[in-house]
Design a protein around this ligand. Structure first.
Ligand code: GLY
Length: 394
């Protein structure tokens, strides 16, 4: 197989849009598509616009690990509550998408093994383990030999690990098109190659979105779910979301039937997520704006980190490399729900945890748009927590 470097593609230009809907959703990643689907299910007319030809943002780039604790700090209690509520929703959400789209979304309740290769890693893991137990999680500390018994491809260097049977994974490359199919079958309109320039607001109320090519979608409600690009949408002052891109380089190796990895493996330097046809290895974390280059250093770091814990990766064919842009907010928490501009909602800024936090975020923001009760776990994440940004400041 030829190595593919996946580009961040824009779709070919088409006729400018002139549409009217009850809700316009800006961004066709997992959040935007999921919200469009939920709103269409509730009988709303919805148009979802995205600049790219097909999902090419963070949702498409992600490894799809559903591990609420792995990438959060102990003191991020509100984030943990949101993450835990989302984790509870995941099995049903995956089944519902799969049924609505007649698709396999790669939901895999495989559990994860977080491994340590030295004493320092092990001590950090012991602290996280104690915290997980204090929150009632089903986790187990294993010695090196027990880790290898569970996952025979692990290196003899693995010192110890934490086994989490409640951590799952999904395949974003399957999930994303399935959510789009579910949404369009429910009646949502999804327009790709349609770049939103501005949210139009008149007398404190949303009026629609203006497209970069002069087109327009008239709507009394707008959801901004454009991931790392959310801040580039004009017209959002004083609530322009403080979201920046954090680059992640990733790669995939072809799966070899003779080499089986049964669980998501995480080490301090890399993670390996075994999918049906490949292992996904991630990820670097770089503050470099929208630099989408895959570098030799990035690939080396990932392979070095993966090889330290699963040496057999050396034998496998490298089939793809890519970059993604995590949408990181100023406090690393997502930006969810409405604000004091009538009809304006956000679902962005999920940083490293978008796929995991998707079901709770999608359902919660859809509830806000529909005027229904919003779960309390979303309350800390309004855009208002950042205060008003001065006009013109990006
Ligand atoms: N959640 C995985 C990553 O951000 O790399």
């Amino acid at each position: 197989m030829k190595l593919v470097r996946q580009p961040t593609t824009a779709a070919a230009a088409s006729e400018p849009l002139e549409l009217e809907a009850e809700v316009a959703v800006v961004g066709g990643g997992l959040m935007g598509l999921g919200i469009a689907w939920r709103l269409a299910q509730a009988g709303r007319t919805v148009v979802c616009v995205d600049a790219a030809a097909a999902g090419r943002g963070a949702s498409w780039a992600a490894a799809g690990m559903l591990a609420p604790y792995a990438e959060l700090d102990f003191d991020e209690v509100e984030l943990l509550e949101l993450a835990e509520s989302s984790q509870r929703l995941w099995p049903e959400f995956a089944a519902e998408v799969a049924a609505a789209a007649d698709a396999d979304v790669g939901f895999d309740p495989c559990g994860s093994l977080v491994v340590a290769v030295d004493r320092d890693d092990a001590e950090a893991q012991e602290r996280l383990f104690a915290y997980q137990r204090s929150r009632g999680l089903d986790v187990e500390r294993l010695g090196g030999a027990a880790c290898r018994e569970r996952e025979p491809l692990l290196s003899p260097r693995v010192h110890s690990g934490t086994w989490s049977p409640g951590e799952h994974q999904v395949d974003p490359r399957r999930l994303l098109p399935a959510v789009e199919v579910a949404g369009t079958r429910a009646g949502a309109t999804v327009r790709r190659g349609a770049s939103c320039a501005r949210v139009e607001v008149s007398a404190g109320e949303v009026a629609g979105v203006a497209m970069a090519d002069g087109g327009r979608v008239r709507a009394r409600q707008v959801v901004v779910a454009a991931g790392a690009w959310s801040r580039a949408v004009d017209g959002l002052e004083p609530h322009r979301p403080p979201v920046r891109p954090v680059k992640g380089q990733m790669l995939a190796v072809a799966r070899d039937p003779a080499l089986t990895l049964g669980h998501v493996i995480r080490s301090p330097d890399a993670y390996l997520a075994p999918k049906a046809d490949r292992w996904v290895v991630g990820a670097t974390s770089e503050d470099r704006g929208f630099d989408d280059r895959v570098t030799a250093g990035g690939v080396w770091e990932l392979l070095d980190g993966a090889y330290a814990v699963v040496p057999s990766i050396y034998e496998l064919e490298l089939v793809e490399v890519w970059t993604g842009f995590r949408p990181a907010s100023r406090d690393n928490g997502p930006i969810l729900g409405g604000c004091d501009v009538g009809g304006l909602f956000f679902c962005t800024g999920h940083y490293r945890n978008g796929i995991q936090q998707a079901p709770a975020s999608i359902d919660g923001v859809a509830a806000a748009v529909l005027g229904r009760r919003v779960p309390a776990s979303l309350a800390p994440f309004g855009v208002g927590r950042f205060g008003a940004a001065p006009r013109g400041v990006r």
